[in-house]
Design a binder for this molecule. Structure first.
Ligand SMILES: [Zn+2]
Length: 67
């Protein structure tokens, strides 16, 4: 029930969505999201939280493309 998140950044994703991260942390996490599918999935999972995604996530970040 209490499985640890495999990537330490996944816990920060929620903080990003509610705008609880500082500018630097946010920038760092955004960069991380671009290369971590796990955190991106977490972001997409949490994204439906009302009204939060719009202002928290930069446009284009969620558009996944396979290499
Ligand atoms: Zn990650």
């Amino acid at each position: 029930m209490t499985a640890e998140p495999p990537c330490p950044f996944t816990t920060s994703v929620a903080s990003l969505l509610i705008g609880a991260l500082g500018p630097l942390e946010r920038q760092e996490l955004e960069a991380h999201l671009r290369r971590c599918a796990m955190c991106l999935e977490e972001l997409i999972l949490l994204a439906p939280l009302p009204g939060l995604l719009h202002r928290a996530v930069p446009p284009g970040l969620c558009s996944r493309r396979d290499p």
